[in-house]
Design a protein around this ligand. Structure first.
Ligand code: UN1
Length: 480
């Protein structure tokens, strides 16, 4: 048994004590409380926004070296502590320990990447249409950003929203997910330890009311949200009402096409990784496996073997390959979708049963469902769990049509040896990201991330695209 972490809000560089009516539990063993947390409201959000506004002038006007140094130091500290922070992440979120440590290292690298970007913010210099006049563009800090982050990447997503906001001179109010606040708090604490000035990052812990107060606050200039499509639509409406900037990353129903010419072992490994790693709780997870007729039966049989042999268990056990679902609601949602798929005619090839291990946790069986059709609910709604369904197609064109045929468009994959089909897919896939001979999930941090249709809204996140959202452009004309 490890002790329960007593969480506080962070406002103006101080830890603010409050009652702690809620807990985050260890999904691998729900007898263990990871953290006890406060339940903030609009009073804490008001104080946090005031602190962020007060900190903005000095932070945005400081040399970019000041901002760069803080991010670089925080990245170094986080990398040094990736084992302990990664362990906390896995205890609180339930992803396998190697994934928890890997995600923490990724967050550290994101901080370091944006430490460099702080110095590379650049504009353009153009001749005017009028002789003797010059036009220049600058990118400038915007103000206070409200960040609302999900539980499935409890440290990487707070890092990839906070790091560009800070690098470019903005200040922040963040609400971490209620299921994983201790992991996010570890990052906020490290930023302060690295020398972040008071008020530049403020964190208010709580439920939906905190998010709503941030969305509606007139002192928040921009909102970045990752989560469900329904909540995201509300964030966008709240932002539109008061003309705040907004960026949303929401769901996916990501297709992985496997063509007849694919290397079977490779296709199976790609599907396994994309569909089941991180317990399938990634918006980039492969959930629709669209498989050509000639390889279909061999692919389904070989993938089923691999899925069956995945070791499901306590996230902290080094032998575990797949941890539990994050919560009871999430686990029950997975069961619900498997039942619906069965009722609608899907064939459960492996998994699909309730899973009870030797300790109380939200464990689920990794599940493969064959013989599904595109119109079934299992192929149109996001499950967010370790479930993949296969759809049989006759050729590439049919596969592409199905791949594009959902309201989502985040990531799409193709396994093939055909350069012709690969190139065609890269152009005609209606998703924000395409993956050829790679899993749909697992992205780099130095390039843009985002989708089309109902997967994303607003400017792209991450990489060089992050400056589009976290700065505003000033156009300056001058004559000699
Ligand atoms: C990844 O696939 O490496 O919430 C990242 C999510 C995404 C991040 C996926 N925003 O799952």
């Amino acid at each position: 048994m490890t002790h329960t972490i007593a969480l506080c809000h962070w406002i103006n560089g101080q830890k603010i004590e409050a009652d702690r009516p809620s807990q985050s539990l260890n999904p691998s063993d729900t007898r263990e409380t990871v953290a006890a947390m406060p339940d903030g409201g609009s009073a804490e959000v008001d104080a946090a926004v005031d602190a962020a506004r007060a900190a903005f002038p000095a932070w945005s006007e400081a040399s970019p070296e000041v901002r760069s140094d803080v991010l670089d130091r925080a990245g170094t500290l986080l990398m040094e502590r990736r084992e302990t922070v990664g362990r906390l992440l896995s205890r609180e979120e339930g992803k396998a320990l190697a994934e928890g440590i890997g995600e923490t290292a990724r967050a550290a690298r994101i901080l370091k990447y944006f430490a460099g970007e702080a110095l590379r913010l650049h504009g353009q210099n153009l001749p005017s249409t009028r002789p003797g006049v010059e036009v220049q563009t600058y990118r400038q800090a915007v103000g206070v950003y409200g960040l609302i982050t999900p539980w499935n990447f409890p440290i990487a997503i707070p890092a990839w929203k906070m790091a560009p906001a800070l690098a470019f001179g903005n200040t922040v109010v963040i609400k971490p997910a209620g299921l994983t606040p201790a992991t996010a708090e570890a990052l906020v604490a490290i930023l302060h330890e690295a020398g972040l000035p008071d008020g530049v990052v403020n964190m208010v812990i709580g439920r939906g009311g905190v998010g709503q107060a941030i969305v509606d606050h007139p002192g928040v200039d921009g909102l970045s949200f990752t989560g469900s499509q329904g909540v995201g639509a509300g964030v966008a409406m709240g932002a539109a009402k008061r003309q705040a900037r907004v960026q949303l990353e929401m769901g996916g129903k990501n297709p992985l096409i496997v063509l007849d010419d694919a290397d079977l072992d490779r296709a199976v490994q790609i599907a396994l990784d994309g569909s089941f790693f991180a317990t399938g709780q990634r918006c980039t997870a492969s959930s629709r496996l669209i498989v050509q007729d000639g390889i279909h039966d061999r692919f389904v049989a070989a993938l089923a073997d691999k899925v069956k042999s995945l070791r499901v268990g306590d996230a902290l056990d080094p032998d575990t390959q797949m941890g539990p679902a994050v919560s009871e609601a999430q686990r029950d949602g997975v069961y619900g979708y498997v039942d619906i798929a069965r009722e609608q005619g899907g064939r459960i090839v492996t998994g699909g049963e309730r899973l009870n291990l030797d300790k109380p946790g939200w464990y689920v069986q990794p599940t493969l469902i064959a013989d599904t059709t595109a119109d079934m609910r299992i192929n149109s709604e996001e499950v967010f769990g370790p479930v993949a369904s296969t759809i049989r197609v006759k050729d590439y064109e049919e596969a592409l049509t199905l791949a594009n045929g959902t309201e989502f468009g985040l990531s799409a994959g193709l396994v093939t040896q055909s350069l012709k089909h690969a190139r065609d897919f890269q152009r005609r896939s209606r998703s924000g990201m395409t993956m050829v001979n790679l899993p749909t999930a697992g992205v780099d941090y130095h390039v843009p991330f985002g989708g089309s249709k109902k997967s994303s809204y607003g400017p792209r996140e991450q990489g060089f695209a992050a400056a589009d959202f976290f700065t505003q452009t000033k156009t300056s004309y001058s004559a000699g």
